[in-house]
Design a protein around this ligand. Structure first.
Ligand code: IMP
Ligand code: MG
Length: 182
């Protein structure tokens, strides 16, 4: 199959994404003026959003990353493990978690509570995409900043993958079911 044959529609164009990322970065730049925030990216899906976002953040800041794995697809217990931890000391810092997509909420809920235990001065969540229809009712997590609310469809591109493919698309597209059901 050719690269783009598995996609059924473009949900967000490159132009839409770029405009919204600039807008979010401008808003957060104002709100965190002089606070020297730490942006913590949740790998790996966030990398494209993260690198665009920070280039539009217009003040001092620091960046760090963490990587969590959830046992999705196997016997899902909802448990997450950290496979890469943050390196910067976050105590008394203003921390913003950057994530690609808020889906069931399990991984962000885990990251949020994990980072909260490090006693930052403040902790907020910024997600590019939110699929509220997928949220588990017992998970009480919401993003402070959301790029786009999208319907309950499996999407790829702009960092998001399907079996580690499609992360390099500059837009967000819906995948045909036969691709992810394979
Ligand atoms: P949650 O813990 O269910 O909220 O899952 C969040 C993670 O699942 C995201 O960081 C993505 O890596 C992955 N994910 C959820 N929905 C999608 C999607 O539509 N496309 C690609 N990855 C997704
Ligand atoms: Mg992710």
């Amino acid at each position: 199959m050719e690269f783009k044959e598995g996609l059924s529609e473009i949900l967000l164009t490159e132009e839409q994404i770029q405009a919204r990322v600039r807008e979010m970065a401008a808003q957060i730049s104002e709100e965190y003026r002089g606070k020297d925030p730490v942006f913590v990216g949740v790998l790996r899906g966030v990398v494209v959003f993260f690198s665009d976002f920070i280039r539009h953040f217009d003040d001092f800041c620091q960046i760090d990353f963490m990587c969590v794995s959830s046992y999705r697809g196997t016997q899902s217990t909802g448990e997450c493990i950290i496979t890469k931890d943050v390196s910067i000391e976050l105590r008394n810092r203003h921390v913003i978690i950057l994530e690609d997509i808020l889906d069931t909420g399990k991984s962000l809920d885990f990251c949020y509570n994990y980072l909260l235990a490090k006693k930052p001065a403040s902790l907020k969540i910024c997600t590019l995409l939110d699929k509220p229809d997928r949220r588990k009712p017992w998970i009480d997590i919401k993003a402070d900043y959301t790029g786009f609310v999208i319907p309950d469809k499996f999407v790829v591109g702009y960092g998001l993958d399907c079996n580690e493919r499609y992360r390099n698309l500059p837009y967000v597209a819906v995948v045909k079911p036969e691709v992810y059901e394979k």
